[in-house]
Design a protein around this ligand. Structure first.
Ligand SMILES: [Zn+2]
Length: 725
């Protein structure tokens, strides 16, 4: 046993201890530094600046369409659920990195094997890279040197620390190249097999597992044999490993390789065009409905094209959620022709009569009319605006609900004048119509007849919200629109079955726009047909052209048992059956109906005197031919017996001139309640003529102010003043 001096031992021990401590400190510092370097070696964003294509999905997550990324690549943006489909994951791990699920990012055994293989053959035959290392390589895009491989290996261990194995697999699948401009599994599955990655067969999954291995040499057009051989070898391995059974294996071998890349689905091209660039958008469109509506509209559009109607748009809204569940911006998009890219559902077009229901409901709400108040339907000239009905006839007086259902123009203009253009303009803007940008004065009374423009998408939305408003005026409006006076021009035999719907049509001036909007308690459907370039087509009408498409779409929707329920708001009132107005003491027949509270302030029936129903002469003149039962007996001469039909008093007329400069004159019209009355006409107190039966007289007064008076044999008179420019 050796004895050492105590202090030396102590000294020596002390010195040794200090050195060890210092070394330990240095070592610890070094390790900490190393750890820190390792910890920070991986950038936060692995794929900065990567551009994705625009992907648009249905409400269920089905692909509706996609736009190529700005760098010309088909690279799908990451999905919320990044899970890589099982078949592909199994095939990929089996092919690329069998130890993937347990190694820490690098696989030393594989690396050693690679070194050995490469040394034996004298060149690089195997990389020995794990899938994790390949994710790093995809993110760095550096050349493949040994030094880079070392960095990849270090970063791979760090990546394993940051992400789960499933996430790493998803990163690989999202960024792997699949040849040409196809990047990522999802894009590859669509481009090569026309289906989502989750629906790939074993053979397809195996093809996509081997493809990124050398996308430049393995190619669908070049090197097909080599690709097929690799795929089949992988399938064999999957069989041996027990991933697939013998039957699946044999069937998979029979599957051919894909041919040329397939186009991506185009189920809602115009909707896709509105979706944000480079992102994945989950829309509210319902996949199968969208497909069906597209088929129906394409078929109808093919027929319409033969009639020179090139463009057709349609959309369906779920009333409860307000979501657009089907959207066809232009049904003819599949046909190669200029203009098919125009999303006509979002284009401002003349509204025709399509806005009339909003006015009817608003006028009811304010008590301006009751549901069946008689509205005048006679020729008028309101500051140069002389509305005409579609059939160019006048009916004298028409109940408001019927005027709405038959879409008569003149009563609508009278109603708008009473309601106020500015107020209606504001109401439409509030309803979401962004296209009425000019002042109310700019449109004037023509606003109700298509003087303004509207977009199909906005109008359909407005209708959807409208029919969800549980109010009495809305209910009456829907009831009026349900009474589908079936327009004669629509051949109902062409429609398979007619479901119950409240619907309104519209036709713009010059047969340029055909509208139809239909509502059921659950859905609102909007249809527009016409030509995007604006040219009119004789025979293009809302009912005939857009109507059948509307009912085709209605038939695609699930049937509904319920109808809109009548609100119990409102007040009960006695209403004259003939005039639809509040019943007066002379009204022989009245009924009790629910009316909006404001309706109590509305006018009482002025047409009943001592039990007789008597209309003012102008209304009477046009009413009589359509109502043989009308007698209009008058018992008192104090009532108005004669009235001017045209022009209205206070009108300014400009008389048309012929080519030789002579003035053509204008036809003045009056009506008398007795068919055999004689009228004597006086222009500025000068006798100018006499009429019997048909009271119209052509006159050509000089420019300036004038008065015109007619007198009958009983001394009844009517006068107007007017100005000639
Ligand atoms: Zn009455």
């Amino acid at each position: 046993m050796l004895s050492r001096p105590y202090d030396v031992t102590v000294l020596g021990a002390k010195t040794g201890e200090n050195v060890t401590k210092t070394v330990k400190k240095w070592m610890a510092g070094f390790c900490a530094g190393l750890f820190l370097a390792w910890w920070c070696c991986l950038p936060r964003d692995l794929f900065p600046g990567v551009r994705y294509c625009t992907v648009v999905e249905s409400a269920e997550g089905e692909l509706l369409g996609a736009r190529i990324a700005s760098d010309g690549q088909w690279r799908f943006p990451p999905a919320d659920t990044a899970a890589v489909p099982l078949r592909y994951a199994t095939a990929l791990v089996q092919f690329e990195d069998r130890a993937f699920w347990w190694h820490p990012g690098v696989n030393p055994l594989a690396l050693l094997r690679a070194v050995r293989d490469n040394a034996r053959s004298g060149h690089v035959v195997s990389g020995g890279s794990t899938l994790t290392m390949q994710v790093i390589r995809l993110s760095r895009q550096k050349e493949r040197t040994l030094w880079q491989k070392v960095i990849e290996a270090i970063q791979a261990t760090r990546l394993e620390f940051r992400y789960s194995k499933a996430e790493i697999l998803a990163l690989y699948a999202a960024h792997a190249p699949y040849g040409g401009n196809v990047v990522g599994l999802e894009a590859a599955a669509w481009r090569y097999f026309g289906r989502p990655a989750s629906e790939l067969s074993w053979a397809e999954a195996a093809t996509l597992a081997v493809l990124p291995n050398a996308p430049s040499t393995l190619h669908l057009s070049r090197g097909r044999e080599s690709l097929l051989e690799k795929r089949n070898r992988l399938l064999k391995r999957l069989l041996e490993h027990g991933d697939i059974g013998l039957e699946t294996y044999e069937a998979a071998l029979e599957e051919p390789l894909p041919d040329a890349p397939l186009p991506l689905p185009q189920l809602a091209p115009h909707y896709v065009a509105h979706c944000p660039d480079g992102m994945r958008t989950r829309t509210t469109l319902r996949y199968s409905l969208q497909k069906a509506v597209r088929e129906v509209t394409n078929r109808r559009s093919d027929d319409l094209a033969k009639e020179d109607v090139a463009d057709l748009a349609a959309l369906v809204i779920d009333n409860a959620s307000g979501e657009v569940i089907a959207y066809v911006g232009n049904a003819s998009a599949g046909r190669e022709r200029p203009g098919s890219q125009v999303d006509i559902a979002a284009a401002p077009r003349s509204t025709g009569s399509i806005l009339k229901p909003f006015l009817y409901a608003a006028a009811l709400e304010e008590g301006i009319i009751l549901p069946r108040t008689l509205l005048p339907d006679i020729p008028v000239n309101l500051g140069g605006f002389a509305p005409q009905n579609f059939d160019r006839q006048f009916y004298g007086a028409v109940p408001a609900a019927e005027a709405l259902a038959r879409s008569l123009n003149v009563p609508a203009v009278f109603l708008l004048r009473q309601y106020g253009v500015a107020k209606f303009h504001a109401l439409l803007q509030e309803a979401g119509l962004t296209t009425l940008t000019a002042d109310a004065d700019h449109y004037g009374l023509s606003l109700i007849l298509g003087g303004g423009e509207g977009r199909l998408d906005e109008i359909t939305r407005a209708y959807s919200r409208f029919c969800q408003t549980a109010s009495l005026p809305v209910w009456y409006t829907l009831e009026a629109l349900k009474e589908v006076n079936r327009p004669d021009e629509l051949d109902w035999r062409l429609i398979r079955s007619v479901r119950k719907a409240a619907w309104k049509t519209g036709t713009s001036y010059g047969f340029r726009d055909a509208w139809a909007v239909g509502m059921t308690p659950r859905y609102t459907i909007g249809v527009w047909a016409g030509n995007a370039d604006g040219h009119g087509v004789p025979g293009l009408t809302g009912a005939r052209t857009a109507g059948p498409v509307l009912f085709d779409i209605l038939n695609l929707l699930p049937p509904e048992d319920e109808w809109f329920s009548e609100p119990d708001t409102g007040v009960w009132a006695q209403v004259c059956v003939q005039s639809g107005m509040l019943a007066g003491p002379d009204c022989p027949e009245s009924e009790t109906i629910l009316i909006p509270a404001a309706g109590l302030e509305s006018e009482a029936c002025p047409y009943h005197r001592d039990g007789d129903f008597v209309l003012p002469p102008a209304m009477e003149w046009f009413y009589k031919p359509h109502h043989p039962e009308y007698t209009g007996t008058r018992k008192s001469h104090t009532e108005q017996a004669v009235e001017f039909i045209y022009p209205a008093s206070g009108t300014t007329l400009s008389l048309p001139r012929q080519l030789d400069g002579t003035v053509e004159g204008v036809v003045f019209r009056a009506a008398h309640h007795r068919p055999d009355a004689t009228l004597w006409w006086h222009l500025d107190q000068t006798y100018v003529g006499e009429t019997r039966f048909l009271h119209q007289l052509r006159l050509a007064p000089e420019p300036g102010r004038h008065s015109l008076t007619v007198v009958d044999q009983d001394g009844n008179t009517a006068s107007i003043s007017f100005e000639v420019k």
